[in-house]
Write a protein that binds this ligand. Structure first.
Ligand SMILES: Cc1cc2nc3c(=O)[nH]c(=O)nc-3n(C[C@H](O)[C@H](O)[C@H](O)COP(=O)(O)O)c2cc1C
Length: 340
């Protein structure tokens, strides 16, 4: 395996360990809906079909970015892609860097011919290789949009990580200008606050995936893979680096109401999805929760999707929300209303 593939394989193994999930959680337990014991709707009438990138999808959540080019990445991607196709929910690919560098076939369209599939490259790779890399990432999988990930802390902890981020914003702007599919910019678990979001909006970005703190902890994962004692001591100060998903969402939504936000980072069930929607997200993403099922089978991923959907349905029923537009107005418990 190449270095990138070894790294990816390590990431998959480590992401499954609970010790590399954020110790504090994403803060979802601090936000509570006011229960509505008179829902005045029937569970079966709850609807959460959503529009995403001008297409109708079955639910407001997607499979978050995980795998690209490592040896079991293909099997994981097949299970995720077949499930995305069957359930009509979008799927975000993990970084395509290794596959593009090694010229590997990317077969995702064989398994998901009509699902929404998002391509993925790192911001610093884009800075180095420019629009050509972005186009190859999109064309190789007929992607409906390209996700560019921002991961400066992860790069710092990786021994060979990119330290020069001077031209990243310009590269993103150029890509948003010239690419013939939408560009989505995401973090990987430390979140993105209003200042960065405004810069991205000015650069022409319309979709942001915030990937806040509270789920998969990349500092912890990279730290366990790498480093001399000195490097580990430096990095250990940043283990809890980031902003909680539930705190960022209302802040960025208030700062940039015209932008489309994907709530992610520590989203673990359908109730968390409902909270993200209530706090301003149009779409949500879960990455790590789909990893264990994806190692088993397509059916296991489909089962996980259907459980998450049922949890969302219950959350909507219990708040008397027949549609997502009702959920967006659902009452939060008083102490939370005062803050949001
Ligand atoms: C095994 C694994 C690999 C990942 N690889 C990528 C990647 O290649 N590109 C990317 O943008 N995000 C990647 N992520 C980050 C996720 O997309 C997500 O932003 C982050 O894990 C927070 O979501 P979670 O708490 O639901 O896992 C990866 C996550 C996991 C668990």
């Amino acid at each position: 395996m190449t270095d990138i593939s070894t790294r990816k394989a390590d990431h998959i193994a480590l992401a499954l360990q609970s010790s590399h999930q954020a110790s504090q959680g994403a803060g979802f337990d601090r936000i509570r809906f006011e229960p509505n014991p008179l829902p005045q709707i029937s569970l079966q009438d709850v609807e959460f079909n959503s529009d995403f990138l001008d297409r109708r999808v079955a639910a407001p959540f997607m499979i978050g970015a995980m795998t690209g080019g490592c040896d079991n990445g293909e099997m994981i991607n097949q299970h995720l892609a077949e499930a995305a196709q069957t359930c009509n929910i979008p799927m975000s690919l993990g970084s395509q860097r290794a596959a593009l560098e090694r010229g590997l076939p990317q077969n995702v369209r064989r398994w998901a011919p009509s699902a929404i599939v998002l391509g993925n490259v790192g911001a610093t790779q884009l800075q180095q290789h420019g629009l050509d890399l972005a186009k190859r990432a999109v064309d190789s999988v007929e992607a409906n949009a390209l996700v560019i990930h921002l991961n400066p802390l992860q790069e710092l902890i990786q021994p060979d990580g990119d330290r020069d981020w001077n031209k990243v914003l310009e590269a993103i702007q150029h890509c948003a200008d010239k690419l013939n599919v939408p560009v989505i910019v995401k973090e990987v678990g430390a979140g993105m606050g209003p200042n960065s979001v405004k810069k991205l909006m000015d650069a022409g970005i319309k979709w942001i995936e915030i990937a806040g703190r509270g789920g998969t902890n990349w500092a912890s994962i990279e730290l366990s893979r790498n480093g001399s004692e000195r490097e580990r001591e430096i990095a250990s100060a940043f283990l809890e680096w980031g902003m909680d998903t539930v705190e960022i969402l209302p802040a960025v939504h208030a700062a940039c109401p015209s932008l489309n936000f994907i709530g992610s980072g520590g989203v673990r069930n359908g109730l968390h999805i409902a909270i993200c929607i209530r706090l301003g997200a149009k779409m949500t993403a879960l990455a790590q929760p789909f990893l264990a099922p994806a190692l088993i089978s397509t059916e296991a991923v489909i089962e996980k999707i259907s459980i998450v959907e049922e949890q969302l349905r219950w959350a909507m029923f219990l708040t008397g929300s027949q549609k997502l537009s009702d959920l967006r107005k659902a009452t939060l418990q008083k102490s939370f209303n005062q803050r949001i």
